[in-house]
Design a protein around this ligand. Structure first.
Ligand code: TRP
Length: 344
C-alpha cells in the first residue's frame, strides 16, 4: 500500500454570513488541526454557484469567509487559505471524477434531494455533480483527513468510493507508473466535539442556519457583544432547572443545545458544564453563557471587521494561497493525466 502522509483539507461555502454553527462545527477544529497537520482550507466558490448567486454578494461572501478564517486564528503563512475558482485543477479533476462516479451513487445523496426540493428536473447539473467536485477538492491534494460537520459524512463516503474505484479501475496503469497499489488515499472525516451540530436558539430541533428568517435563531460571527448577549438572553428554554447528569438533557433539545454551546466554547465536556450549573436555573446559566460567548466571539467579530475594511489585503492572501495550492494540485493532475493515458 502506498504510504500517504497525513494532510488536512476542508472547504466552506461562501454563501451568506457565518454563524456559531460554522464556528463550533468546523472552524474551531480547523484551528486546532494546525498544530498537528499540514492544512489546506478552501473557500469553495465553485460549489456556491451550483445555486443562483448574486455576483456582488458572492464576492463579499468569499472575502467574509477568508476574513473569518484569519480572525479565528488560521495561519495563512504556515498553512494554505485560498478560493477554489483560482485553482483550475479542481474543476479539471472533478470532470475525471464525473466519469468515475456512477449515476446511482449520486442519486442517493441526501443533500442533493434537500437542495433540489420537489422540482428536481429543474436543478442544475452542477448541484447534482456537487459531490464529485468535493471529491476533487480533497483528492487534488491527496488529503487524508477532512474536518466537516455531521451533514457531510455521506459526501466523504462518496469521496472514498471515487478514490477506491479510480485506484481499482486504473490499478495496472498506477502500478506501471510506479505509484504502487493506490494513487489516492481514502480520506477520513473528522467529526468530534460537544457541538458538532449547533441548533437554532429559537427551536432546538432545527439546525442553526443562515437561511432561518429569524436572526434571533443564530449568533453571527459579526454580531456585536450586545447583540450576542441579547440573543442568548432571549434563547428559548424550558421551565425546569438544569439537570445534574447528561441523561437529564434528553427530550430537552434547547437545554441540551445551550449546554453543548457552553462546553464547546469553554473546551469542556457537557458533564463538566452540568457539574457547575446542574440544579441551577436558566437565568444564572444564561448570564454565564452570554459572558463566555462575548469573551470568545466578540474579538473574532472585531478582527473580521478590521480585515473586511481592507479587501486588497484579503485578496492578496487568496492570490498567494492559490499559487501554493496550485503548485500541489497541478502535480496531482499531471499524474492523473498519465494514469488515464492522456498525452501531454
Ligand atoms: N460541501 C461542504 C459543505 O457544504 C463544503 C465543501 C466543499 C467541502 N468541498 C469540500 C468540505 C471539501 C470539505 C472538503 O459544508
Amino acid at each position: 500500500m502506498a504510504n500517504f502522509s497525513e494532510r488536512v483539507f476542508s472547504g466552506v461555502q461562501p454563501t451568506g454570513n457565518l454563524h456559531l454553527g460554522n464556528y463550533l462545527g468546523a472552524i474551531l477544529k480547523f484551528v486546532e488541526l494546525q498544530e498537528t497537520h499540514d492544512c489546506i482550507y478552501c473557500v469553495v466558490d465553485l460549489h456556491a454557484v451550483t445555486l443562483p448567486q448574486k455576483p456582488e454578494e458572492l464576492k463579499a461572501s468569499i472575502r467574509e469567509v477568508t476574513a473569518a478564517f484569519l480572525a479565528c486564528g488560521i495561519d495563512a503563512n504556515k498553512h494554505i487559505i485560498f478560493n477554489q475558482s483560482q485553482v483550475a485543477e479542481h474543476a479539471e479533476l472533478a470532470w475525471v471524477f464525473n466519469c468515475i462516479a456512477r449515476i446511482g451513487w449520486l442519486n442517493r445523496m441526501t443533500q442533493f434531494k434537500e437542495k433540489a426540493g420537489k422540482d428536481r428536473e429543474n436543478a442544475s447539473v452542477g448541484l447534482y455533480a456537487y459531490p464529485c467536485l468535493m471529491a476533487a477538492d480533497i483528492l487534488a491534494y491527496r488529503a487524508t483527513h477532512v474536518p466537516v460537520g455531521e451533514d457531510q459524512k455521506q459526501h466523504l463516503e462518496l469521496t472514498r468510493d471515487v478514490a477506491q474505484k479510480f485506484n481499482l479501475d486504473y490499478a495496472a496503469s498506477i502500478a506501471a507508473l510506479g505509484f504502487g497499489e493506490a494513487f489516492f488515499p481514502l480520506p477520513q472525516p473528522l467529526i468530534q466535539g460537544p457541538a458538532t451540530r449547533v441548533m437554532s436558539l429559537r427551536d432546538g430541533s432545527k439546525k442553526m442556519s443562515k437561511s432561518d428568517v429569524s436572526d434571533y435563531s443564530r449568533i453571527n460571527l459579526t454580531d456585536s457583544a450586545d447583540v450576542i448577549a441579547q440573543k442568548i438572553r432571549k434563547a428559548k428554554t424550558d421551565p425546569a432547572p438544569l439537570p445534574s447528569e447528561i441523561e437529564g438533557l434528553k427530550q430537552r433539545p434547547e437545554a441540551e443545545n445551550l449546554v453543548s454551546i457552553f462546553a464547546a466554547l469553554n473546551g469542556q465536556t457537557k458533564q463538566d458544564v452540568l457539574k457547575d450549573f446542574g440544579g441551577g436555573n436558566f437565568s444564572t446559566f444564561k448570564t454565564a453563557l452570554a459572558e463566555l460567548a462575548v469573551e470568545k466571539l466578540s474579538p473574532i467579530g472585531a478582527e473580521m471587521a478590521r480585515f473586511k475594511a481592507d479587501p486588497a489585503f484579503i485578496d492578496g492572501i487568496l492570490v498567494d494561497g492559490a499559487a501554493r495550492a496550485r503548485a500541489l494540485a497541478s502535480k496531482t493532475m499531471t499524474c492523473v493525466k498519465d494514469i488515464l493515458g492522456f498525452v501531454r
